[in-house]
Design a protein around this ligand. Structure first.
Ligand code: XIL
Length: 328
């Protein structure tokens, strides 16, 4: 089927999506949908340590450079994901067992990568997923290499290093699972705000907050999310949606019905955010159901296809896209 690429890109709020290298190289329909709809793109992989740091001494920018070339050719802004994360570390980094080496490699990584893309990647997820999934006691930071080796100070160090390497880049703190109804999500939301406030108090160069937006069968806590976005706005920070999709493995029903539930969930989510703040961008985590992490990590048990993204496998826009067009 041919892609229905009605050129829009007349967004009030910039819209974008995560890119993958395979279809970017091999599928014209894939490229056309991005070109027609996206003001911004982000790399789904390629700029993670696993891809950039095959060994301790080598940096491999080949994949990231391909995303940059595509973004520049189409006059899109490229976001960088992600400089410091507990995940997607190569084995040699997982094995780091001293604070001195952890600090040296984290700083060198940020200086080298942000330096390589200085003036070209406008916006970085500097620290990703810093908050624990169920933070019962303060500060509620997630366990991982960087926290274990460096303690909570790794976060401020990452932001300060990134700001030095590219003073023009917007530096984002990105996290997830703060938008749902339930105590665990409320505690995570509070811990996230606590961290943002303490970075502000310490004059850390933080410019914005990213909310991933991996939605699911969970109800959106609209009042809680609006209050959160209002706090972010009151601090003078930007707010962006960085990885929107709907993990639908626990949502019942045939695809057409599920598409409506998925769209309604996105409506609740964006509605609660836009009630408080105009986000600086909304990005989905992929653009077509054909290429998504959801069927890999959250495969349905009933044999029916997952439908997590704004376009179906034939690049036909789904109700979720209409909701995005309504808000953005
Ligand atoms: C996921 C990618 O989509 C997968 O292809 C990869 O194998 C694992 O990572 N939160 C994040 C993203 O910040 O980096 C993750 O991306 C999805 C969850």
């Amino acid at each position: 089927a041919e892609a229905q690429t009605v050129a829009t890109r007349k967004w009030q709020v910039p819209f974008g999506a995560a890119l993958r290298s395979g279809p970017l190289a091999n599928e014209a329909d894939y490229r056309s949908v991005f070109a027609a709809y996206c003001d911004q793109v982000v790399s789904e992989g390629g700029l993670k340590w696993f891809d950039l740091r095959p060994s301790i001494e080598r940096f491999d920018f080949s994949e990231g450079d391909r995303y940059l070339a595509f973004a520049q050719a189409n006059r899109m802004l490229l976001r960088g994901h992600t400089l410091v994360w507990h995940g997607a570390l190569p084995p040699w980094a997982e094995a780091i067992d001293s604070a001195a080496i952890a600090e040296r490699e984290m700083v060198r990584h940020i200086e080298t990568v942000v330096g390589h893309y200085r003036g070209k990647i406008a916006n970085w997820d500097v620290v990703n997923e810093a908050i624990a999934d169920d933070p019962k006691t303060a500060p509620g930071l997630r366990d991982g290499l960087w926290l274990r080796q460096l303690g909570p100070r790794y976060i401020a160090l990452a932001f300060r290093t990134a700001a030095k390497a590219d003073p023009g880049a917007k530096l984002i703190l990105n996290d997830y699972d703060i938008e749902f109804v339930g105590d665990r999500f409320r505690r995570k939301r509070e811990a996230f705000l606590r961290l943002i406030r303490s970075l502000r108090a310490d004059n850390v160069p933080l410019h914005g907050v990213g909310l991933q937006g991996h939605l699911s069968e969970n109800q959106i806590d609209q009042a809680g999310l609006t209050a959160f976005a209002s706090e972010v706005k009151a601090m003078g920070l930007e707010f962006m949606v960085t990885e929107l999709d709907v993990v639908d493995n626990k949502m019942p029903g045939p695809p057409e019905l599920r598409d409506m539930v998925v769209a309604a969930r996105v409506h609740d989510f964006l509605g609660a955010i836009f009630a408080a703040i105009r986000p600086s961008a909304v990005l989905t985590w992929g653009i077509t159901d054909k290429y998504s992490w959801v069927p890999i990590y959250f495969k349905r048990g009933d044999g029916l296809p997952n439908r997590p993204l704004p376009f179906d496998v034939h690049y036909k826009p789904k109700p979720m896209m209409q909701v995005i067009e309504h808000f953005c």
